[in-house]
Every structure is written in structure tokens, then in C-alpha cells.
Design a protein around this ligand. Structure first.
Ligand SMILES: CC(C)(COP(=O)(O)OP(=O)(O)OC[C@H]1O[C@@H](n2cnc3c(N)ncnc32)[C@H](O)[C@@H]1OP(=O)(O)O)[C@@H](O)C(=O)NCCC(=O)NCCS
Length: 181
């Protein structure tokens, strides 16, 4: 069963979010999540739940949450035709529940919600060695678009919280919680 995620689901969903990022990092994602990333993600999602531009869906099987999808709507601006866009930031189905159509159902439910809002297009980032994911999106009729490359300039484990706060005072905007679908 696919249903909207609620506050009380966030503990379980954030565990799945952690599993998703471990999966992405083993499939080509270079950026590493911080030690308290799960906690930060849960807090961000808690504040996003009340926003109409936010989508959180969960997949239940035998009373347990075994998959989830998160996404957000955004405005691309006047540079592009079809400027109302959405991003699916996270999509994950627990290994033992894969191949049963849950990924497809989560995605089609999100597409239906975005479509009702008049969204023109939806994007997803895929880790470059995640061949199953690419096969999944292709099977659902999505098209490969951009390949992202990254060069790390620092591998140090600096205090990201104080760095982020310092940069914000310099006028840096914090990018919306991204990332790989
Ligand atoms: C990608 C993922 C969400 C797919 O979820 P799922 O519930 O297993 O997918 P579905 O059962 O809905 O499959 C839908 C279609 O995708 C394709 N597909 C799914 N798994 C596949 C695989 N292992 N190999 C090739 N194609 C596959 C099939 O065409 C399938 O349709 P079919 O069952 O009619 O043949 C799941 O594998 C997952 O969570 N992977 C780890 C995290 C991840 O990669 N997330 C996406 C990041 S962008």
C-alpha cells in the first residue's frame, strides 16, 4: 500500500534514508553524509511535511514501512520553457521488497500529485554506477539527461555546521536538501 508519510513514520523512513545513502555511496556517489545526517534529514523532513510543495510517500507491507519517496516542487525560472519543475530526491525500496512493483507505485503516485499541481517536468539524479536504478527509470519511460562530475578539493572532516553557518553570513544560500533519488 502506498500512502502519504506522517510525522510518526519519520523514524523508520530516516533509517531507510540512511540505507539509501549507503547504497548510493557504494554505487558511485562521492560525497559522504555527515555523522548526524539522519537526524538532520529527519528534522528537515519534519518541517517540510506541512508544505504543499513537498511530497513524502511511504510503501507499507505487512504493517512495516519498506519503501519511501520524497520530492519537492520548484520553479526553474524564465530561462526555460516549462518552468514549473519537481525533483524526486529520494526513492528507496528495502532489498527484500524489491521487484514487487513498489518503486513503480511510489513513483506513479508522486507523478500523479505533481501532475495535479501543473508541474511541467520532474527530475531525478542517479549515481553513475547505479545500473538497476537507470534500468528502473528507463522502464518507467524516463530519459537520461545530464551527467554530473565532481572534483573533491578537500577530504578533511571539518566542522561542517560552523562552516555552513559562517558561509551563510557571507550570503551563501543553503541548497535545498538534494540529492540522489
Ligand atoms: C530502484 C528501486 C527503487 C526499484 O524499486 P522496485 O520496487 O524494485 O521496482 P519495481 O518492482 O517497481 O520495478 C519497476 C520496473 O523497473 C525495472 N526494474 C526493477 N528492478 C530491476 C532490476 N533489478 N534490473 C532491471 N530492471 C529492473 C523493471 O522493468 C520493472 O518492471 P517489471 O517488474 O514489470 O519488469 C529499488 O531497486 C531500490 O530501492 N534500489 C536502491 C535505491 C535506488 O537505487 N534508488 C533509486 C535511486 S535514483
Amino acid at each position: 500500500m502506498i500512502r502519504p508519510g506522517q510525522i510518526e513514520d519519520l523514524k523508520r523512513v530516516s533509517e531507510l534514508w540512511h540505507d539509501l545513502y549507503e547504497h548510493e555511496q557504494s554505487h558511485g556517489m562521492i560525497l559522504r553524509i555527515s555523522d548526524n545526517a539522519v537526524e538532520i534529514w529527519r528534522e528537515q523532513m519534519l518541517s517540510r511535511l506541512s508544505q504543499r510543495t513537498n511530497v513524502l510517500l511511504v510503501a507499507e507491507s505487512d504493517g512495516d514501512i519498506v519503501g519511501f519517496l520524497s520530492g519537492q516542487m520548484k520553479i526553474l525560472g524564465d530561462l526555460f520553457i516549462g518552468g514549473l519543475s519537481a525533483i524526486i530526491q529520494d526513492l528507496y525500496v528495502a532489498p527484500q521488497n524489491r521487484g514487487a512493483g513498489l518503486g513503480r507505485m511510489l513513483t506513479e503516485s508522486a507523478v500523479s500529485i505533481f501532475s495535479d499541481f501543473g508541474i511541467d517536468s520532474i527530475e531525478v539524479q542517479v549515481a553513475h554506477r547505479n545500473e538497476v536504478s537507470l534500468a528502473f527509470w528507463t522502464a518507467l519511460g524516463w530519459h537520461p539527461e545530464i551527467i554530473q562530475v565532481r572534483r573533491m578539493l578537500s577530504l578533511s572532516n571539518k566542522d561542517t555546521k560552523s562552516t555552513t553557518q559562517g558561509l551563510k553570513t557571507l550570503g551563501f544560500a543553503q541548497k535545498a536538501n538534494r540529492t540522489i533519488g
